[in-house]
Design a protein around this ligand. Structure first.
Ligand SMILES: Cc1ncc(COP(=O)(O)O)c(C=O)c1O
Length: 441
């Protein structure tokens, strides 16, 4: 299918697409150019096959080109296109009903987008509408997307270059610090607290027991809306459909994206509780997205949700959670001075290594051993390890075996002072640590 040699693709990408990003991956020793892809396997243009445990943050929860999702899209293409965003449509009605009845906000309404950032922007706009307040509180090291409001609520690393960072009304507090949250909400002038249920880009920092529930309580007392960003933690990845329900929290707004698309057709959704959804009663034209909740995207989203909610999928996930907990614990036991922490909630897994750039060494060795896993951009000690929800036992065992080898070799690399990459600007920018105090620990 793709006959162009990999070197030509890399050269054209450096010339016409994104020079520093292309160079960064080449320097890092992981210059992946994906050709064929199916299930949890990626075929690099240079002929190597890799197991994908990055999954673009959960976009490919159900695998690449999941046959049922593909068949749904192909069948829909015989009749549908993007549709007209102004009118009621079969797919939009069905997917919004399916999302609301899936439970995170029982009396909610749904507004659709194309990506997660757009859905977060809409969540923040709706919270401002509902409260008449401007201020937004988020966590230091957070990642909510790169659209206007979402990027302002995230880490400076992604905002400053575009002069998009931090108007005064965006306030950040350390994750897991309840006192700081209480202080930020004390003035009764905050529209919303926006939190990833498990902050991903800062290395899957696990919420301390009771933290999210306590934040929700503070929000309720302050008249502030709680927005759960479930773009990475939703859709079955923690073992429950929505990660936030494990914390006993009914958010005022919930955002989902990535995996809802089945990795096939972009769609994201913002589920709005009654207060935040008020504008939909007053002026449904107040927010418009031509491609958001397209007819095709909704059909695909419905199928994805249906597969995710099947008891068989849930059983598979439960089995995999145990398999990876046991397997990774064994690998940690064999590398006690190196793999020093396993952060796991379901199939959200972060592996922390005892070196400031530890996960970069591991990512490179994994790539050599046929696994693609990314390090956390805001804490490169932590490898993001996100196995697919439908992974077979055989592939899971194979994955663990290769991971054990790569982890051991990466330790030797780190000890022997092997260079990670030439000291270039893009490498330094990519690895910038969060500036503010209280970043990932
Ligand atoms: C937690 C979280 N929220 C929001 C987003 C933004 O999603 P998108 O890239 O689709 O705009 C991301 C993307 O990685 C994310 O991880």
């Amino acid at each position: 299918m793709l006959a162009t040699p990999k070197a030509d693709v890399l050269a054209a990408s450096e010339r016409y697409w994104n020079p520093s990003k292309t160079r960064f991956w080449t320097d890092a020793g992981t210059p992946l150019v994906i050709g064929e892809r199916a299930g949890y396997l990626l075929h690099d243009l240079d002929g190597n096959t890799l197991v994908d445990v990055h999954l673009n943050g959960g976009t490919y929860n159900l695998g690449h080109r999941n046959p049922e999702v593909v068949a749904t899209l192909v069948a829909a293409l015989a009749h549908l296109d993007i549709g007209n965003h102004h009118f009621a449509a079969l797919g939009r009605a069905a997917l919004s009903e399916a999302l609301v009845t899936s439970g995170p906000i029982p009396d909610g309404k749904v507004t659709f987008g194309v990506g997660g950032g757009e859905a977060v922007d809409l969540a923040l706009k709706s919270a401002r509408y509902a409260t008449g307040r401007l201020k937004i509180v988020s966590a230091i090291g957070a990642f909510h997307g790169h659209t206007g409001l979402a990027v302002a609520a995230g880490n400076d690393r992604y905002a400053d270059r575009f002069l998009a960072g931090r108007p005064d009304e965006f306030i950040r507090v350390p994750f897991n610090d309840l006192d700081a949250m209480a202080a930020a909400l004390a003035g009764g002038d905050v529209a919303a607290v926006l939190l990833e249920t498990i902050p991903a880009t800062s290395g899957f920092v696990m919420p301390e027991p009771g933290y999210l529930a306590a934040v929700a309580k503070l929000c309720a007392a302050a008249g502030t809306l709680y927005i759960a960003d479930e773009v990475q933690t939703g859709l079955g990845r923690t073992g429950e459909l929505w990660g936030i329900t494990k914390h006993g929290v009914t958010p005022d707004i919930l955002v989902t994206g990535k995996g809802l698309s089945g990795g096939i057709y972009p769609v994201s959704a913002t589920i709005l509780g009654p207060a935040a959804a008020g504008w939909l009663e007053e002026d449904g034209f107040a927010h418009i997205s031509t491609f958001g909740g397209s007819d095709l995207g909704c059909v695909v989203g419905l199928r994805t949700l249906e597969i995710t909610r099947r008891p068989a999928t849930r059983d598979r996930v439960d089995t995999l959670i145990r398999t990876f907990a046991e397997g990774l614990t064994a690998i940690a036991a064999d590398n006690p001075d190196w793999l020093v922490e396993i952060r796991q909630d379901g199939l959200v897994i972060g592996l922390r290594f005892d070196h400031p750039q530890g996960a970069r060494f591991v990512s490179r060795r994994l790539y050599e051993h046929g696994i693609w896993a990314i390090f956390s951009a805001l804490d490169p000690r932590v490898l993001q390890f996100k196995p697919g929800l439908l992974l077979s036992d055989e592939l899971a065992a194979d994955l663990l075996e290769r991971t054990a080898t790569a982890v051991r070799l990466a330790h030797q690399d780190a000890l022997s002072g092997v260079e990670l990459a030439p000291d270039r600007a893009e490498s330094r920018a990519m690895m910038a640590r969060p500036r503010a105090a209280g970043g990932p620990s």
